[in-house]
Design a protein around this ligand. Sequence first.
Ligand code: PLP
Length: 377
Amino acid sequence: MQHSLPLTTTPTAYLSQHAPDAPILFFAPSVLQATARRFQAEFEGLVTYAVKANDCAEVLSNLVAAGITTFDVASPAEMAAARAACPQAVLHYNNPVRSEAEVAAGIAAGVASWSVDDLSELAKLDRVSRNAEVAVRFALPIKGAAYDFGSKFGATPDEAAKILRKVAAMGFIPSVCFHPGTQCNDPTAWGSYVIEAARIAAMAGVTLARINIGGGFAADRGFGTPDHRAVFACVKKALTSAFGADAPDLLCEPGRAMVAESCVLATRIKGMRAGGDVVFLNDGIYGGLPDLRDMGLCALVSVFGPNGPRTAKSTSRIVFGPTCDSLDRLPDGLPLPVDTCTGDYVLFGGMGAYSISMSTAFNGYGVQKVEMVSDLD
Ligand SMILES: *Cc1c(COP(=O)(O)O)cnc(C)c1O
């Protein structure tokens, strides 16, 4: 298995030795496994992984090695990726809109849990075995995340109660799920959702088997370590106050916070203009850096030159990606050391999530290569 390869290199050692000209995603299995073990130790429930954050075979097999065997999948291709890493993988198919062909693929794959947020989608599950769980996804008008998932998916609480009643009447294992939005920095958001879950269950007259508290846990972007334990504490407090002794089981499905810190994206400067104010990288928003466009710049950026790390004071730059599209530009103001030169590497830390999984090959660029390393320098 890939997770057992002996790894002795770090990103900067690799860059010094190989001087790669294409972007590379350096992946440290040791960091990923430590994060997976921490989630499992701290969360009082089942920890699953949202495959869309990073579906690389190396990532999935290392999660399996760390004890994660249940996966949140959104498509038949993600089902196949999870099963390739773990033939016994338990699949939670939590994309609430599915074509008939996708439902059939989920049935064939033996999906254990399905989420729905509309009666029309529940009707499509009529042929699914009644041993399966169906979780009703609901959304609240709550802020706190970097961007809002509730604007796309999630029934209102009143609708959710109706759907939940029907789920139970059809004979499925009834549960609810939600997602507070990605990079959510407000632990009380989860607490509010858990309280609402109890109200929905009461309105429906249904005893919940489980509550899926989603993903959305923040990753470290260089502005301070996010406190996941505060989230778990809020969830537990809300669960106890809303359900008392008969609380449903919990599960969570982190994507970003599980995988982000295990990877560093190494990009290279192709050219500089305007006295260094304008920098052209070999990767950008169509490659491994779309998350910077969506979330803003991160502070985990360092520059590595021929003689090692650049340590001079920084000035802010305009940074373009390598394609011939003028939208291929990072948010303005990325600070880089004043002695930064063409040919230097710009390393972005915390880039395991929504980087390679969103990379395109537009204009012949993008992140194609993952290198496993023992440590991230
Ligand atoms: C994307 C997604 C996740 C993971 O979200 P993160 O913000 O990356 O933790 C979890 N559950 C569902 C249903 C998702 O769509």
